[in-house]
Ligand binder design. Structure first.
Ligand SMILES: *[C@@H]1O[C@H](CO)[C@@H](O)[C@H](O)[C@H]1NC(C)=O
Ligand SMILES: *[C@@H]1O[C@H](CO)[C@@H](O)[C@H](O)[C@H]1NC(C)=O
Ligand SMILES: *[C@@H]1O[C@H](CO)[C@@H](O)[C@H](O)[C@H]1NC(C)=O
Ligand SMILES: *[C@@H]1O[C@H](CO)[C@@H](O)[C@H](O)[C@H]1NC(C)=O
Ligand SMILES: *[C@@H]1O[C@H](CO)[C@@H](O)[C@H](O)[C@H]1NC(C)=O
Ligand SMILES: *[C@@H]1O[C@H](CO)[C@@H](O)[C@H](O)[C@H]1NC(C)=O
Ligand SMILES: *[C@@H]1O[C@H](CO)[C@@H](O)[C@H](O)[C@H]1NC(C)=O
Ligand SMILES: *[C@@H]1O[C@H](CO)[C@@H](O)[C@H](O)[C@H]1NC(C)=O
Ligand SMILES: *[C@@H]1O[C@H](CO)[C@@H](O)[C@H](O)[C@H]1NC(C)=O
Ligand SMILES: *[C@@H]1O[C@H](CO)[C@@H](O)[C@H](O)[C@H]1NC(C)=O
Ligand SMILES: *[C@@H]1O[C@H](CO)[C@@H](O)[C@H](O)[C@H]1NC(C)=O
Ligand SMILES: *[C@@H]1O[C@H](CO)[C@@H](O)[C@H](O)[C@H]1NC(C)=O
Length: 826
C-alpha cells in the first residue's frame, strides 16, 4: 500500500504525541552490550533476540572467548551464529562460522587462507558497535561486517574493500569455538542457488554427551562466480559435497564450504544462516520463514522492538542520576534475557508440545536472582522455563541443574532446580504449569540418588538421611560423582529441602512439610563451634565457630576457613570439580558460613546474636574474603536485614555498585554466568533483592528517585519512590516507609507488591535509623529470632548449646534413622 507523504507525516505526528503523553521512555538506548566483554565477564555482546537461538557475533581467539567476542584485542577467527553468554568452562557453541575475504591472493582460490589458525586477523577496536539486535566490526583487512538476527536465523552484511580481482569470498567452517567437532560433519553446496547446508556433531562446553547442530546458509547481493568445499588449506569448485572426519591430531581437520562472487557490490553481500537441532531442512525453513527477503533493516528493527518490549516493564525516573548508572541498570536487565535460550520446536529428544528452554547455564548461578528477576520482569517466559524444566524431568528422569546444547551439564552443589520451582510456585505462577509433577520432581531429588549424580539429583543420600549431613570422604556405592564439596553440598541440600517444605506446605502435604522442615536443619550438623580461623601470617581473625567437613564417624575434617577465599593466593587448594577439590565449591568456609537462607535466626544465634553476626558479615566483606564476582556472595550483601540492620545492606550494596559492577567493557568482577551478574545489578539497583525460594524481597532504597514495575501479567504498576533522594548516595538510609499510604516498618515485602501494583514510599536520611530493626520487622526465618544482640563472639550462650550436635546425637540419629534429635525453633 502506498501512502502519501502528508499522510505519513500526520501519522508520525499522532504517534509522537502518543509517545509523549504516555511518557514512554526508550530504555533500549541504555543498553551497553559490551559491558563484561573484557576481564572475564565472558558475555555474549553480539546480536540476538530475547532468549534467541541465533546469536551472531565476531569470534576472537582471546583466552576468554567463551561468549565469542571480547574487547581484549584478540584476532577474529570468524563470524558464527550460536553462542552462550557469560559462561566459564570451555567456550560454548560458536558453530558454523563465516570468514570473509575481499579477494584471494593472485586471484587463486587457494590464495585465501581457510583454516582458522591461518586466517584469523586483528580487528579495528574503534569499529566495534553493539546494540540490541545488532553488531558491527571492521577487520584489519578492511572488510566490514554487520549482523542482526531473528529467532533461529542470523543475517550478515559483509562489505569488502576494492582490492585484487573484485571477487570476494566467504567461507563457512564446520567447526565451533572450542574445536570440539566430531566425525562425519557434512556440507552440501548448491552450484546454482549457492545454498550451503549440513551438520556437525559437537561436545557441550560443561557437560556430558554430544549434540548435532544443522545449518542452512544462503547468499544475496552478488552473482556467484564459483562455489565448492575446502579441506584443510585447499579448496575446489569441482567438489560440492563433503563429509569430514575429525582426524587424529586432537584438533578437527578444517573443512567447510566457500562461495566466491563475481563482483564486489558497494552495498556488500548478504549472508543468511539459520540453525536447527532437528535437520538442515528445518534450518532452511526457519531461514525462509524468518528472514524471507534478506531485509537487514526490517530484521534489525524487529529485533529492536522485541528488546524494547522486554525492557519496558521497569521504568525509572533518572533525574539527577549519572546516566552511566541508568546504563548499568538496563544493561544488567538486558543480560538476564540473552540466556536461557528458547529452543521450543528445536528439541530432537522429545516432542511433547511443551515449551523447551535450554542453556540453563547453570541453575546454580541463576537461581539466586536471575530467574527471580524474570518472575517480575517476564513472568510469561519464566513460566515457560519452569514448564520446560518439569518437562525435562519427565523425559530425562531428573530436573537439570545445568543444561546446555541439549546435554546434561555438571551439577555444582545441590539440586537447585528445587529452589527455582519453589520460587515460581510460591510467587503464584500457574499458567500451564503442572505443579503436581513439579512437586514429584523435587521430591525425587530429595529421595532418590541417581547413579551419576554429577549431572542430576544429589549424592550421598544414605549418609544424608542417616547422619544428617554429607560426610567428607563419604562411603557411597549407590551413585557416583565427585565426592568433594561435602560442606557446600550439605548446606545446599538443606536449603533445597527447606524449599521443598514450602511447596509441601502450600500443597497441603503435612507429613512432607514436617519431614523436609526437619532435614532443612541438617546444616547444623556441620557447625564446628571450636573452629578457629587464622590468616596466613598467623594472626587470628578472632572468629570462632565455622562450618567444617565431618567424617562419617563424626570427627571433624580440617579445611582452613580461608582456603579458596579471595585472599587465598597461597594454599594452592582447588575448589571446583577437581577430584582434589575441597569441601566447599568455588568459595571458602567463611563465605558458606552464611548460607542458611531459610533459618537466619538460628545462624544469628550461633554467631553470638545480632552484633556478632553483623561483625562477622562486615569482616567477610571488609577483609576481601568474599568474592563478589561469584554468585555465593550475592545474598551476603543483603543479609544484614536479618540482623535488623537494613541500613548496612544499603551501604554494602553501594560499596559494590558501581565500584565492582561498572558500565565498562571490563566492568564485571567475574563471569556474567548467563546474566546472573546482570540480575544482581538490576535487583540491587531497583532496591528489592530476593531471598530466592522464599516470598521475600529485602528492601533497600533504589538507586533512582523512583522505580515503576508494570506487571506483564495484569498491567498493574508497582512503584518504589524515594523521598529525599540523593544522587550522591550519601542519603541512603531508610528512616520511614509507607506502603499504599500506610506506615510500613517491615524491612522486606512479598511478591504481592508486584502483582497488586502497590506503592512503597521510602523516606531517606543520612544516618541509620530504627526503621526495620525490630523483631517484627525482620524477614521470615524458620527459627524464632531470639531478640537480642546475644554474646559477641559466638563461643558461648544458651542457644548454641541447644544447637551443638554431639557425637552421641549423631550416633543416636544413625541408630534411629531419624533426625528428630535436633529440635528446630519453629
Ligand atoms: C510523565 O512524567 C511526568 C514527570 O516525570 C509526570 O508528572 C506525568 O504525570 C507523567 N505523565 C504520564 C502520562 O504518566
Ligand atoms: C593477530 O593478528 C595480527 C595481524 O592482524 C598478527 O600480527 C598477530 O600475530 C595475530 N595474533 C595472534 C595471537 O595470532
Ligand atoms: C560416523 O560415521 C560412522 C560410519 O557411519 C559411524 O560408525 C560413527 O559412529 C559416526 N561418528 C559420529 C561421531 O557420528
Ligand atoms: C575418524 O577419526 C577418528 C579419530 O578422530 C577415528 O577414530 C575414526 O575411526 C575415524 N572414522 C572413520 C570412519 O574412519
Ligand atoms: C518460545 O518459542 C515458542 C515457539 O516459537 C514461542 O511460542 C514462545 O512464545 C517463545 N517463548 C518466549 C518466552 O519467547
Ligand atoms: C571445644 O573446645 C572445648 C574447650 O577447649 C572442649 O572442651 C570441647 O570438647 C570442644 N568441643 C569440640 C566439639 O571439640
Ligand atoms: C596478617 O594479615 C592480615 C590480613 O592481611 C592483616 O590484617 C594483619 O594485620 C596481619 N598481621 C600481621 C601481624 O602482620
Ligand atoms: C574418624 O575418621 C577419620 C577419617 O578416617 C579418622 O582420621 C579419625 O581418626 C576417626 N576418628 C575416630 C574417633 O575414630
Ligand atoms: C598474595 O597476596 C598478598 C597480599 O595481597 C601479597 O602480599 C602476596 O604477594 C601474594 N602472593 C602471591 C604468591 O601472589
Ligand atoms: C580489598 O581489596 C581492595 C581492592 O583490591 C583493596 O583496595 C583493599 O585494600 C583490600 N582490603 C583489604 C583489607 O585487604
Ligand atoms: C544491639 O546493640 C546495639 C549497640 O551495640 C544497639 O544499638 C541495638 O539496639 C541492639 N539491638 C538489640 C536488638 O538489642
Ligand atoms: C569470647 O570467647 C572467649 C574464648 O575464645 C571467651 O573467653 C569469652 O568469654 C567470650 N566472650 C563473650 C562475650 O562471650
Amino acid at each position: 500500500m502506498a501512502i502519501s507523504k502528508s499522510a505519513a507525516l500526520a501519522v508520525f505526528w499522532v504517534l509522537s504525541q502518543f509517545v509523549r503523553g504516555q511518557n514512554v521512555t526508550d530504555n533500549l538506548k541504555y543498553v551497553n552490550q559490551l559491558i563484561g566483554s573484557a576481564n572475564g565477564g565472558n558475555v555474549f555482546p553480539g546480536a540476538t533476540l530475547p532468549y534467541g537461538m541465533a546469536k551472531a557475533v565476531a569470534d576472537v581467539d582471546s583466552e576468554s572467548n567463551q561468549g565469542g567476542f571480547t574487547t581484549e584485542g584478540g584476532n577474529v577467527t570468524g563470524f558464527s551464529t550460536m553462542h552462550d553468554s557469560g559462561t566459564g568452562g570451555s567456550p560454548s557453541l560458536g558453530t558454523f562460522a563465516f570468514f570473509p575475504y575481499a579477494s584471494c591472493a593472485g586471484g587463486d582460490i587457494n590464495g585465501c587462507a581457510f583454516p582458522k589458525k591461518a586466517r584469523k586477523i586483528h580487528y579495528k577496536p574503534e569499529s566495534v558497535k553493539a546494540s540490541p539486535g545488532y553488531f558491527h566490526i571492521e577487520l584489519q583487512s578492511g572488510v566490514a561486517a554487520e549482523m542482526t538476527t531473528a529467532h533461529h536465523t542470523s543475517l550478515f552484511r559483509f562489505k569488502f574493500p576494492s582490492t585484487g580481482d573484485s571477487s570476494p569470498l566467504l567461507l563457512l567452517d564446520l567447526t565451533d569455538l572450542s574445536d570440539s567437532r566430531q566425525d562425519n560433519a557434512t556440507i552440501q553446496v548448491d552450484e546454482t542457488t549457492g545454498r550451503m547446508s549440513g551438520s556437525s556433531r559437537f561436545n557441550p562446553s560443561f557437560g556430558t554427551g554430544t549434540y548435532v547442530a544443522y545449518f542452512c546458509a544462503d547468499f544475496k547481493g552478488a552473482s556467484i562466480r564459483e562455489n565448492g568445499i575446502f579441506v584443510n588449506s585447499r579448496a575446489s569448485a569441482n567438489v560440492k559435497d563433503l563429509k569430514i572426519n575429525r582426524s587424529i591430531n586432537g584438533y578437527p581437520l578444517p573443512g567447510g564450504g566457500f562461495i566466491r562472487f563475481s563482483e564486489n557490490p558497494s552495498d556488500g553481500v548478504l549472508a543468511r544462516i539459520a540453525v536447527s537441532y532437528i535437520s538442515s531442512e528445518q534450518a532452511c525453513s526457519n531461514a525462509e520463514a524468518e528472514i524471507p527477503d534478506f531485509d537487514f533493516g526490517a530484521t534489525h528493527t524487529a529485533a529492536e522492538s522485541a528488546w524494547r518490549e522486554k525492557l519496558s516493564p521497569i521504568t525509572v525516573s533518572s533525574e539527577g542520576v549519572d546516566s552511566s548508572l541508568v546504563t548499568n541498570f538496563y544493561s544488567g536487565i538486558y543480560r538476564t534475557m540473552v540466556n536461557p535460550q528458547n529452543y521450543t520446536g528445536e528439541n530432537p529428544k522429545w516432542d511433547s508440545g511443551e515449551p523447551y528452554f535450554d542453556s540453563f547455564y547453570c541453575l546454580w548461578d541463576s537461581f539466586r536472582s536471575q530467574l527471580p528477576f524474570l518472575t517480575i520482569n517476564d513472568p510469561k517466559a519464566l513460566t515457560q522455563m519452569v514448564r520446560s524444566l518439569i518437562d525435562t524431568y519427565q523425559h530425562e528422569g531428573w530436573l537439570p541443574d545445568c543444561r546446555m546444547s541439549l546435554c546434561k551439564g555438571y551439577t555444582q552443589g545441590g539440586s537447585n532446580a528445587d529452589v527455582v520451582l519453589t520460587d515460581a510456585f510460591i510467587k503464584g505462577l500457574t499458567d500451564g504449569i503442572d505443579w503436581d509433577v513439579g512437586y514429584e520432581a523435587v521430591v525425587k531429588d530429595a529421595e532418590v540418588e541417581p547413579f551419576f549424580w554429577s549431572v542430576e539429583g544429589r549424592g550421598g543420600l544414605d549418609s544424608w538421611k542417616s547422619l544428617g549431613y554429607v560426610p567428607t570422604q563419604d562411603f557411597d556405592y549407590k551413585g557416583f560423582g565427585t565426592i568433594t564439596r561435602s560442606v557446600s553440598r550439605t548446606l545446599e541440600y538443606a536449603y533445597n529441602d527447606f524449599c521443598i517444605a514450602q511447596m509441601a506446605n502450600k500443597l497441603g502435604k503435612t507429613d512432607d512439610l514436617e519431614k523436609y522442615k526437619e532435614s532443612s536443619g541438617n546444616w547444623e550438623s556441620l557447625f564446628s563451634k571450636n573452629q578457629t580461623s587464622f590468616f596466613r601470617n598467623g594472626s587470628d581473625t578472632g572468629f570462632v565457630g565455622f562450618f567444617q567437613g565431618r567424617y562419617q564417624n563424626g570427627t571433624w575434617h580440617n579445611q582452613d576457613p580461608l582456603w579458596c577465599s579471595t585472599i587465598d593466593n597461597y594454599s594452592g587448594k582447588s575448589c571446583s570439580l577437581q577430584n582434589t577439590g575441597q569441601e566447599t565449591f568455588e568459595s571458602s568456609l567463611w563465605e558458606y558460613g552464611f548460607y542458611v537462607p531459610g533459618d537466619q535466626a538460628a545462624l544469628i544465634d550461633l554467631y553470638g546474636g545480632r552484633d556478632g553476626f553483623v561483625k562477622r558479615l562486615d569482616y567477610l566483606h571488609d577483609q576481601n574474603i568474599t568474592y563478589i564476582g561469584n554468585e555465593p556472595s550475592f545474598l551476603t550483601v543483603f543479609q544484614y536485614h536479618y540482623a535488623g540492620r537494613p541500613a548496612l545492606s544499603a551501604k554494602r550494596s553501594h560499596f559494590y555498585i558501581p565500584r565492582y559492577f561498572s558500565p565498562q567493557n571490563d566492568g564485571l568482577p567475574g563471569n556474567d554466568d548467563s546474566g546472573a551478574m546482570g540480575s544482581f545489578v538490576a535487583m540491587s539497583m531497583m532496591g528489592l533483592f530476593p531471598n530466592p525460594g522464599q516470598n521475600v524481597y529485602l528492601i533497600t532504597p533504589p538507586y533512582f528517585p523512583s522505580v515503576s514495575i508494570k506487571s506483564p501479567l495484569n498491567g498493574k504498576t508497582a512503584t518504589i519512590r524515594n523521598v529525599n533522594f540523593d544522587p550522591t548516595y550519601e542519603t541512603i538510609y531508610i528512616q520511614s516507609a509507607t506502603l499504599d499510604g500506610e506506615p510500613y516498618t517491615k524491612n522486606w515485602i512479598d511478591h504481592s507488591f508486584f502483582t497488586d501494583g502497590k506503592e512503597l514510599v521510602l523516606t531517606l536520611g543520612r544516618n541509620e535509623s530504627s526503621w526495620g530493626t525490630q523483631i517484627e520487622d525482620l524477614p521470615p526465618s524458620l527459627s524464632e529470632y531470639s531478640g537480642g544482640n546475644g554474646t559477641t563472639n559466638g563461643t558461648s550462650g544458651k542457644t548454641l548449646g541447644r544447637r551443638e550436635i554431639t557425637m552421641q546425637m549423631l550416633k543416636a540419629r544413625a541408630g534411629l534413622g531419624s533426625v528428630d534429635v535436633v529440635g528446630l525453633g519453629a
